[in-house]
Design a protein around this ligand. Structure first.
Ligand SMILES: Cc1ncc(COP(=O)(O)O)c(C=O)c1O
Length: 407
């Protein structure tokens, strides 16, 4: 398989503005053809867990205290217990040095690459940070912060929307300090299998770079729990060397506003990173860590969350499959629809708004142009299934009608 790889000097892969600002500029003052429905956002709309206020109330006095940068013991234990159970790790997580709280996984993703660069000391002016394309835009910010060249690897349907690890030149891997990849992926909802993770870990160890595995959608899946990178590291042996997983409660527990996530894995990397974070990073408030500790100990609300998303994927199949073929993804809560035959991503987005009142995100806004000028998101739109079922069904009906009438 040929995969397009593009190198961007520092900062050049950074989007001019975020995808939502670009969408607002694209749609400008044009009026929606029908009462508007937003399918753009990635912010969960399902209920937050019912214990949230009770735990916050009980921890209220802790707002007075500066939180420990490496997390409370309760928090670290709850995360380690959850990871242990979810991925069958048999107590491999180092509870002192191998777990730390983040202000949402985004905060850790943003600053992980600079820590990797510092710790590896490869002595390069501009080391490489590898990311998929399309990608969660924070990865480009991470490369920028690390003063690195961003190397974007096309994520194509032929490769299950995961960067092709066999296409990577050893010279590139030698100068790499960080490799970012999500599973389930955003926007495509693909899942990395155990073999993929193992191969990536092998490369990281051979060529000395850190893998930042963004697993924040790990609990939003249809039927089969996605394998995690820690599980693959356990199967491979060698502890969690060069492996960092990032996750949060934003999608799992609908607590995006709590800003509470974690990094776990390589204890040498994390214990050095926490020393730097002790100088530089914002700590996570203790009451937020208390909510997190409780949320990681409970699964009922997570099971219900999955059920609600799965209902919406069933509705998506009903309306869209006759036109587009199967649309259900393995994980995440987006549809990644190939609408290339209806026009470019931005053309389809504009028309759906003007004709059907549907606000979707052009796939090209979630990807960077490759060096040949092509954009791997240009044939796609991203449709978020976060709204309640009735709104989602109305939106899917309209989308199917529009696709049918404009075929
Ligand atoms: C792929 C991906 N990674 C990370 C994040 C950041 O999530 P948080 O910082 O809320 O944990 C998001 C949020 O939308 C995301 O889609």
């Amino acid at each position: 398989m040929t995969v397009s790889t593009s190198h961007y000097r520092r900062g050049a892969a950074l989007p001019v503005s975020n995808p939502f600002q670009r969408l607002a500029a694209l749609l400008g003052d044009s009026k929606p053809g029908l009462p508007p429905i937003a399918l753009t956002i990635g912010e969960p709309q399902h209920p937050i867990p019912d214990f949230t206020s009770e735990v916050l109330n009980a921890s209220m006095a802790d707002f007075r205290r500066y939180p420990p940068i490496n997390g409370t013991e309760d928090f670290r234990n709850a995360v380690a217990n959850w990871l242990d159970k979810r991925y069958g790790l048999n107590g491999m997580i180092d509870r002192e040095r191998g777990v730390l709280p983040l202000n949402g996984s985004r905060e850790g993703l943003s600053f992980g690459a600079i820590a990797a660069r510092d710790q590896l000391g490869k002595g390069l002016d501009h080391p490489a940070v590898i990311l998929p394309n399309p990608f969660y835009q924070t990865y480009a910010a991470a490369a920028h912060v690390a003063d690195a060249e961003a190397v974007l690897l096309d994520a194509t349907p032929g490769g299950n929307f995961l960067p092709d690890l066999d296409s990577l030149e050893p010279e590139l891997l030698d100068k790499t300090v960080a490799f970012y990849v999500a599973s389930p992926t955003n926007p495509e909802g693909s899942v990395a299998g155990m073999d993929y993770w193992k191969k990536l870990i092998g490369l990281a160890r051979r060529h000395e770079f850190f893998v930042f595995a963004d697993e924040c959608y790990s609990e939003i899946y249809r039927t089969t729990p996605p394998p995690g990178i820690l599980e693959a590291a356990k199967a491979l042996g060698g502890g969690f060397e060069k492996v960092i997983v990032l996750n949060s409660l934003s999608k799992r527990s609908n607590l995006a506003g709590l800003r509470c996530g974690f990094a776990a894995g390589d204890p040498d990397f994390l214990s050095k990173w926490v020393r730097f974070r002790g100088l530089a990073a914002p700590q996570v408030p203790i009451p937020a860590q208390a909510v997190a500790a409780r949320a990681y100990a409970e699964e009922d609300h997570v099971i219900e969350n999955r059920r609600l998303y799965n209902e919406k994927y069933e509705a998506a199949e009903t309306y869209l499959r006759p036109i587009l073929g199967p649309v259900t993804t393995e994980g995440g809560f987006f549809l990644w629809l190939n609408t290339g035959q209806w026009g470019s991503a931005t053309q389809v987005t504009e028309k759906l708004w003007r004709d059907a009142g549907l606000k979707v995100l052009p796939g090209s806004y979630l990807a960077s142009d490759q060096s040949d000028g092509s954009n791997p998101g240009n044939d796609y739109i991203r449709v978020g299934l976060v709204a309640p079922l009735d709104h989602t069904v109305t939106a899917l009906e309209r989308l199917a009608r529009w696709l049918g009438e404009n075929a």
